[in-house]
Design a protein around this ligand. Structure first.
Ligand code: RNT
Ligand code: ZN
Length: 417
């Protein structure tokens, strides 16, 4: 069936083997935080999350320790095709022998176990300072009017730069370090500029920590609004984009596709940014009505983003790919797996588009052919190529992996009480 599919695509000038081979080279960062509802290991797990981030649902089996999280990650890695890298938050520091360090005092050694985990599996690792779920994150962080609070979080950011440099050096792959805060106000502020000026200065201070921009890629992630900060977000789209544009030698913009007004699409923003930035970063997620973080589906916008990444040449390192969703209402390993597989599907689908031909008819002004060709693409035997990709990566095809997750749930997850 694959051979037949391959022939059908070949008639359109698309080489399915080449698409599969290309996709295998593209790293996608797997976020550690789907496995434990963004809890991390450095704060009391009985306390609620704070700082503009929330999970809903209480499906059994949340990972409670580094060992459990790593075991669950291994399951996901086994079930997903393609090249993966890890994506850690600072709150996932692993302390040993009763030791503990606050966020401003984190050191590379607190991530040594993650380095070992990545090395054993040949993975790179991205990183994120954690500006939420902490007693000092009960309001503004990097934009706080309180110099002590600001100093604490700047020192956290600097510590994270050092840890990112360590991860990049140990693992021999670049480390994308993303700065996101939930700083903002629930209701109408009177000073909208003050927090933004302080935010800018704080990011400047963090990025004054020495690092090698070839290895560490600091990003700024914007957001339209968040839980509890409905009226005003300090790190808005204009703020973050301007920051990155003015600091191109040390910072890149990160777009999370759940962080815009519902009719805005990141697929269209990708080529707009790439016209100015050689490198951009993405959080691939699914917004529903008013927030991000639902499990990624093989839906139209995910496909459209993947097409833009492919068409703009973003698979050669220009677009840093990371996932960002967390659902605590369904089996977390299934959620993780589904999202990663769906994003891989979208990338494969995009690689199988006759992009050269489509561009040609567009440039010739033949918009009739353009629309017809794009529509016909939708019913080509994509599933056969996807199955072949999964087989060639040694992972289960669709229809084969859910059973394995259910078995793991019975054998391992339900026992976590
Ligand atoms: C939150 C942002 C942010 C977080 C992670 C955990 O709205 O998208 O990226 O999801 O840092
Ligand atoms: Zn995000």
């Amino acid at each position: 069936m694959y051979i037949e599919a391959k022939e059908k695509y070949a008639k359109l000038g698309v080489d399915t083997d080449a698409a599969i081979a290309k996709l295998k080279t593209v790293p996608v960062a797997l976020h550690c935080w789907q496995g434990d509802d963004v809890r991390g290991f450095d704060t009391d797990p009985s306390k609620p999350l704070t700082g503009g981030i929330q999970t809903t649902g209480n499906y059994p089996g949340r990972a409670r320790t580094p060992e459990e999280l790593m075991a669950d990650l291994d399951m996901v890695l086994k079930l997903c095709p393609g090249t993966k890298k890890m994506n850690l938050h600072a709150s996932y520091a692993i302390f040993e022998d009763g030791e503990w360090a606050d966020r401003d005092a984190l050191e590379p050694k607190h991530f040594k176990k993650w380095v070992d985990f990545c090395k054993e599996r040949g993975l790179g690792c991205d990183f994120n300072p954690t500006f939420f779920s902490h007693p000092k994150a009960n309001g503004l962080t990097l934009s706080s009017p309180d110099p002590e609070i600001r100093r604490f979080w700047i020192n956290h950011g600097k510590a994270c730069i050092r840890i990112s440099q360590y991860l990049a050096e140990e693992l021999g792959q670049e480390c994308v370090m993303n700065i996101w805060t939930g700083d903002g106000f629930k209701d109408v502020p009177s000073d909208r500029m003050g927090p933004r000026v302080r935010y800018k200065e704080s990011i400047d201070a963090i990025l004054s920590e020495p690092f090698d921009f070839a290895k560490v890629k600091p990003c700024v992630e914007s957001k339209v609004f968040g839980i509890g900060v409905e009226a005003y977000t300090v790190g808005s789209a204009e703020f973050c984009l301007s920051y990155a544009a003015m600091n191109k030698e040390r910072c890149i913009p990160l777009m999370d596709n759940g962080h815009y007004h519902p009719t805005e699409v990141v697929s269209d923003k990708i080529p707009a940014l790439l016209a100015f930035f050689p490198e951009i970063a993405l959080h691939v997620t699914r917004g529903v009505r008013w927030d991000s973080d639902h499990v990624v589906l093989f839906d139209d916008e995910t496909k459209e983003m993947a097409k833009e990444i492919v068409r703009c040449g973003g698979l050669n390192g220009g677009v840093k790919l990371a996932l960002d969703y967390f659902d605590a209402s369904i089996n977390r390993i299934a959620a993780w797996t589904m999202g990663l597989r769906n994003f891989q599907k979208a990338l494969l689908f995009a690689l199988l588009c006759p992009n050269e031909e489509l561009k040609k008819v567009q440039d010739e002004g033949d918009f009739t052919s353009l629309l017809v060709l794009q529509e016909e693409q939708k019913t080509l035997p994509f599933g056969e190529v996807w199955d072949e990709y999964c087989r060639s990566c040694g992972v289960p095809c669709d229809g084969q992996w859910l059973e394995m997750v259910k078995k793991y749930e019975c054998d391992v997850l339900v026992k976590r009480v």
